[in-house]
Design a protein around this ligand. Structure first.
Ligand code: SF4
Length: 101
């Protein structure tokens, strides 16, 4: 039996799946209702808003209603979570005036 120091490490490509392979594998475990959006976001074809949406839905175990009830108010995505009207979100333009006019 060879000593541990005598064994050759396997080439990385044989032991580490590519990101695409990991995404495809994960997509198989994403519920059908969120799979398309997950695949779009994971491939960079979704908008940032859509990526946040699927992230929050995944975070809540694919329970969309739970996203609405999320109590993690310190999460950086809390103010941006989907499926909720954010009346309390601060406007980026509190004066309401258009800078260009
Ligand atoms: S806002 Fe809530 S649901 Fe969205 S990622 Fe944060 S903790 Fe999860």
């Amino acid at each position: 039996m060879p000593k541990l120091s005598e064994t050759k490490p396997k080439p990385v490509s044989m032991t580490t799946p590519t990101r695409d392979a990991k995404v495809k594998q994960k997509a198989k475990n994403v519920p059908q209702s969120a799979r398309f959006l997950y695949e779009q976001a994971a491939s960079g074809e979704a908008s940032g808003r859509e990526a946040i949406k699927v992230f929050c839905i995944e975070c809540m175990g694919y329970d969309r209603e739970a996203v609405k009830e999320c109590t993690s108010e310190t999460c950086p995505l809390w103010m941006y979570r989907p499926l909720v009207k954010h009346a309390h979100r601060k406007s980026r333009n509190p004066t309401g005036k258009n800078k260009d006019s």
